[in-house]
Design a protein around this ligand. Sequence first.
Ligand code: HEM
Ligand code: HEM
Length: 179
Amino acid sequence: MVQKTSRYSLLARYAHWLTVLAIVVAYVLVDLGDDEGSEGNSPPSLMLQGHYLAGLTVLALLLPRIIARLTTPVPPIIPAPKAIVTFAAHGLHLALYAFLLVQPILGLLQVNYAGQLVSLPWVDWSLPALVGPDHAAHEFVAEIHETVGEIFYWVIGAHIAAALWHHFLVRDNTLRRML
Ligand code: HEM
Ligand code: HEM
């Protein structure tokens, strides 16, 4: 019989997989685009606007996700992993949550520091600026946004490898709890 707590809550699961989708779209669009970044005076391409939208979706999904995580029980992993594995998983999840919060905000700031507004694809509407133009701050934030983006290829890769390791080698229910 399927126990009530055998999976993460519906909201946590939807938010997790929609976030995955949005992150993949954000990475793919920025890699496909040949923009000169947010520095030039030319308007952002549709690809870059798609990158903005995907990144903002990640940010928008974070709050409901955290609420779901704090208000509903986390289903137990069966059989229970060693304490060190649980500790490592918590560290990795914390890093992922920090990424989901910080990376979109860095992106927003990067655009605004370049003196531009974050405009969305297909609609004639932009987000109000959070900060004014500042060339040095733009260079700095753009550098961090790029570096964090590169580092998290590896962190996300480690997270996926861990999920697959649980599922195929340890053969516990870690992944099924999130499906
Ligand atoms: C989780 C969400 C996001 C991820 C994973 C992400 C990741 C990245 C990556 C990997 C790059 C490429 C850096 C490079 O190689 O030059 C990039 C560039 C950029 N991102 Fe993001 N980003 C996110 C959200 C955002 C948001 C919300 C905005 C703005 C609203 C934004 C604005 C930009 C801009 C302007 C660039 C420079 C584009 C270029 O030079 O072609 N990003 N981002
Ligand atoms: C963009 C990529 C991803 C991000 C940012 C991400 C982020 C996260 C975060 C923050 C959690 C913690 C949930 C909690 O609060 O307990 C989590 C859990 C989980 N993720 Fe991902 N995830 C990504 C991709 C994936 C993929 C592709 C898989 C499957 C292959 C996966 C499988 C899981 C599983 C099984 C859990 C539950 C782990 C546990 O309870 O110990 N994730 N993910």
